[in-house]
Design a protein around this ligand. Structure first.
Ligand code: FE2
Ligand code: FE2
Length: 345
């Protein structure tokens, strides 16, 4: 495969050549140098996205190379606003390390082959489903519709990972390697799947709850990044905008062929409470399905144990105590059943 490597640091070029050749042919270029138009291959960008001047140069390079459809950004510090900056510049994938570059290029090759032959191939390297999440959010942020098979593949990978290694290992891994909305959605899906497995749900029911969790906050892809990634408490006006995400997600997916009504219900209603104090429809207990009740518990617990740059993660024990204090809003018997998942799984 032809890789167009764009960097602000000439010393990175020999290392990239050594790593990728001879499997891939590398065409390197320095930011600021004259560029020619190309249309095939993969674009790989490794530059400091914190500097406005660099970002502007990348924008110019990408304008020349806009017909290259695969745009891979290396973001060494995987904080959410750098990831968001990469996607805002047109990245189709964001990776953190050289090893991930090799894996991602292999995945692109596999996907290209599958597209040509019509045969889908699973990629074992992508074990945590994060790439499928990134692809869904990138699609939503750039105004495209999402591919349900990305959500299905992320969900199955998470079900397999938790069935094999348990929820504790999953939570530790996700909190170590992912930030912001990705981290949140991966945690909610893991916790919901762990809950369903602990309740001994049948396979299709585990999958359905997992899909609802994977997609529950997809509407956040349409919330401005300045609000989504704000390092601190939202003001009332920002909070109002943030609270639109369940309806935005529902509207984005409601006409998608193959989407199940239960999953749509989960997307729209995961912030509803049994006492009617939730949003967006202020539903009360009789209108709130079992799937939504399970999802809401998983969502709140995951939000509390998230690791964020500006606030320490709450312990699983303390997060469970918060759930126990939400009498009237959550179903008491389900919160009791969740104890095992919260504290021991
Ligand atoms: Fe939400
Ligand atoms: Fe959420």
């Amino acid at each position: 495969m032809l890789v167009h490597f764009v960097t602000d640091e000439p010393s990175k070029i020999p290392a990239i050549r050594a790593m990728l050749e001879p499997r891939h042919s590398v065409d390197s270029r320095l930011l600021g140098a004259a560029d020619s138009q190309i249309s095939n291959g993969v674009l790989m960008v490794d530059a400091d996205l914190r500097e406005a001047a660099r970002v502007e140069q990348i924008r110019l390079v990408l304008r020349d190379l806009r017909s290259v459809t695969e745009r891979l950004f290396v973001v060494q510090s995987h904080v959410q606003h750098m990831v968001a900056q990469a996607f805002a510049l047109g990245a189709t994938s964001v990776v953190r390390s050289s090893r991930e570059v090799v894996v991602k290029l292999a995945q692109i090759e596999v996907a290209e082959k599958a597209a040509k032959t019509g045969i889908a191939v699973a990629s074992p390297e992508n074990a945590d489903g994060a790439a499928a999440f990134a692809s869904m959010f990138a699609a939503i942020q750039s105004g495209k519709s999402i591919n349900l098979s990305d959500a299905e593949s992320a969900t199955s990978q998470i079900v397999d990972a938790i069935a094999q290694n348990g929820l504790g290992a999953w939570l530790d891994n996700v909190r170590r390697y992912h930030e912001g909305t990705f981290q949140h959605c991966l945690l909610v899906t893991g916790v919901a799947v762990g809950f369903a497995l602990d309740l001994r749900f049948a396979g299709p029911d585990v999958k359905r709850l997992g899909m609802a969790a994977t997609l529950h906050d997809i509407g956040k892809g349409r919330i401005p990044l300045s609000i989504l990634d704000k390092p601190g408490r939202l003001d009332p006006a920002e909070d109002e905008i943030m609270k639109r995400h369940p309806v935005l997600g529902y509207e984005l997916l409601k006409d998608l062929p193959g989407i199940s009504p239960e999953v749509l219900d989960g997307i729209r209603h995961h912030h509803e409470y049994l006492d009617g104090s939730g949003y967006p429809d202020a539903l009360t207990a009789p209108k709130i399905s079992d799937l939504v009740r399970l999802l809401t518990i998983s969502d709140i617990f995951s939000a509390l144990i998230e690791r964020r740059p500006y606030k320490p993660a709450m312990s699983r024990h303390d997060a469970y105590k918060v759930l126990c204090g939400m009498d009237g809003k959550l179903e008491v018997s389900l919160v009791k059943a969740f104890r095992n998942v919260a504290l021991e799984a």
